[in-house]
Design a protein around this ligand. Structure first.
Ligand SMILES: [Zn+2]
Length: 327
């Protein structure tokens, strides 16, 4: 638990509990290799899992600089808005949402943590719904797609100033786990929703199979940017704590990246590889090997295993939809 920034250990945002047991030790940022090791702990009161201690609110920026922003930005933007896999994932998300609520021109969709707005662009084009996007990162919003049609703001939902009842759907796609208080964020979402409106949350699934196998090398753990790690049970509890009705739909997601990427993180760690982009080292042959092995592994391992885990409800990402009940 050495980290170069100020750390805090807040109480559980769901039940207020202050007693925690350690699930994983020595978790660290294996993607961008920022310094600091952390523990992953489970709340004794409600089973919510959290990164503890975690960087203080004003220290979190240290772990985002040049990761979600800066030099890494072009690649991330391309993946989310232009790449085949990025587009496919957005289509999949929208298809699941439409099973609960068929969207049309009367709907107004807000995406919290919208990044470059790829999902919102798809929603607007496919359904005719009005679209709004919110993200803490001003750099992403400055480069967001669909800017003439989608209304973007920079900031937190709890401070964004949307009038109560503005939206019919609010989505958090891989963003709730980054919030310092996810229950406060969901409560603000409930406020900003019209009665009968829906909230969709997609987060990693801490109850998934590969999480148990790969442990701290599990790609979606993303320590310390991910502050909370939800299971289906604790995600439902977070909705309840924020005043939502029962979860109307829950499923794990076919998200074909988790297994192979976790395997490479594990391998790079075992072989003590320097960070991605380091040169000149024998990192380069390792990268070539990864490149050559990825396609076959993808076909024989990633896609079949993700399909099976999705059927068993044990895939590494989950999506849940709850409704703001009419007043
Ligand atoms: Zn708790």
């Amino acid at each position: 638990m050495n980290a170069p920034v100020a750390l805090v250990e807040p109480p559980c945002p769901i039940c207020g509990g202050t007693t925690w047991t350690t699930v994983l030790r020595g978790a660290r940022d294996w993607i961008w290799r920022k310094p600091g090791t952390f523990q992953v702990q489970r709340c004794a009161g409600c089973d919510l899992v959290a990164t503890r201690p975690r960087p203080a609110d004003d220290a979190l920026g240290f772990y985002y600089d040049n990761a979600y922003s800066g030099e890494a930005e072009a690649g991330m933007r391309h993946f989310q808005t232009e790449s085949g896999l990025g587009r496919l994932i957005n289509r999949y998300r929208l298809a699941v949402l439409q099973r609960v609520r068929r969207l049309g021109g009367d709907d107004h969709v807000l995406d919290v943590g919208c990044s470059y707005g790829g999902f919102l662009r798809l929603v607007r084009r496919q359904t005719g719904a009005r679209t709004s996007g919110l993200d803490l990162d001003a750099g992403s919003i400055a480069q967001a797609v669909d800017a003439a049609e989608t209304e973007y703001r920079v900031g937190l939902l709890t401070e964004a100033g949307y009038a109560p009842g503005t939206f019919t759907v609010i989505t958090f796609l891989e963003s709730l786990e980054h919030h310092t208080d996810p229950v406060a964020a969901l409560r603000a979402a409930r406020e900003a929703l019209a009665p009968g409106g829906h909230c969709l949350v997609e987060v990693p699934n801490f109850g998934g199979l590969w999480r148990r196998v790969f442990r701290t090398a599990w790609l979606p753990l993303l320590i310390p940017q991910h502050l909370y790690h939800f299971t289906p049970k604790t995600l439902a509890a977070a909705f309840r704590a924020a005043g939502f009705g029962p979860v109307q739909r829950h499923q794990t997601m076919f998200f074909p990246l988790e297994g192979v990427a976790s395997l490479w993180i594990w391998l790079a760690r075992v072989l003590r590889m320097p960070p991605v982009g380091s040169k000149p080292t024998w990192r380069t042959p390792f990268d070539v090997l990864l490149f050559l092995a990825t396609l076959p592994l993808y076909l024989v391992f990633e896609i079949p295993s993700q399909a099976l885990l999705r059927l068993l409800g044990l895939a590494g990402h989950q999506l849940a939809i709850a409704r703001r009940d009419p007043d």
